[in-house]
Design a binder for this molecule. Structure first.
Ligand SMILES: Cc1cc2nc3c(=O)[nH]c(=O)nc-3n(C[C@H](O)[C@H](O)[C@H](O)COP(=O)(O)O)c2cc1C
Length: 196
């Protein structure tokens, strides 16, 4: 008989997979990360989401390891432009942010305002793509962490990664956990579910 999986690592059934996903801390992530073939599968899964009007109002920008120095430089330039009075400590935080985890994907929301589909619905589709990305990473045996922070709200950073009109849904840091993942409390179902 195969050993009983620890519940939080149980990927043995589709439902167990959904119920065992949790974030990793990007700063603790180590190699290995998904290879090119695995990444293609993860991104393919992430684009299979509800999308009213078939707009595909999302974009995935992969920022590989060898582009992190350039990514950090871009963040520094954006920060200097938008917060010219920032101190050196914040500069280090930017470097740490840019360099953590083996793989980084920025997920962008790209709405099409010319279409009749409410913009909110287009944004929800982008959030669905982001969440599906996280599940696909977990299904592939890796861990992810969804961070925003000032960079996600920076106009310069958004311009550098995407197009006019985009917003950054988040930065998805991906790799393997370098430390044991800590489970966090989840809401009791009766606090969030009711019967009408
Ligand atoms: C839109 C969004 C932005 C987030 N930004 C941050 C962030 O900047 N920093 C952070 O520590 N956690 C952030 N989180 C929370 C983590 O991604 C994660 O959900 C949480 O740490 C653990 O939950 P999980 O284990 O269910 O993924 C964000 C979550 C969402 C949905």
């Amino acid at each position: 008989m195969p050993p009983t999986p620890e519940p939080m690592n149980d990927r043995s059934t589709p439902l167990a997979l959904l119920m065992s996903r949790r974030s990793g801390r990007p700063r603790d992530m180590v190699e290995p990360a998904p290879d090119a073939e695995e990444l293609t599968a993860i991104l393919t899964a992430a684009t299979r989401v509800p999308d009213h009007g078939k707009i595909a109002p999302w974009r995935f920008v992969v920022i590989p390891r060898d582009r992190r120095d350039a990514f950090a430089a871009m963040l520094h330039a954006a920060y200097a432009e938008e917060r010219p009075n920032a101190g050196r400590l914040e500069g280090k935080a930017i470097d740490d942010f840019a360099q953590q985890a083996p793989l980084l994907i920025a997920v962008l929301h790209r709405p099409d305002p010319s279409r009749s589909i409410p913009l909110k619905e287009q944004e929800w589709s982008a959030a669905a793509a982001a969440m599906t990305l996280e599940h696909a990473v977990h299904a592939s045996g890796y861990v992810s962490g969804w961070l925003t922070g000032w960079a996600a709200y920076s106009k310069s950073v958004t311009r550098a990664l995407g197009e006019e009109g985009d917003t950054i849904i988040g930065f998805f840091f991906i790799g393997s956990p370098g430390k044991t993942l800590i489970e966090r409390p989840r809401p009791e179902l009766d606090e969030v579910v009711s019967t009408w």
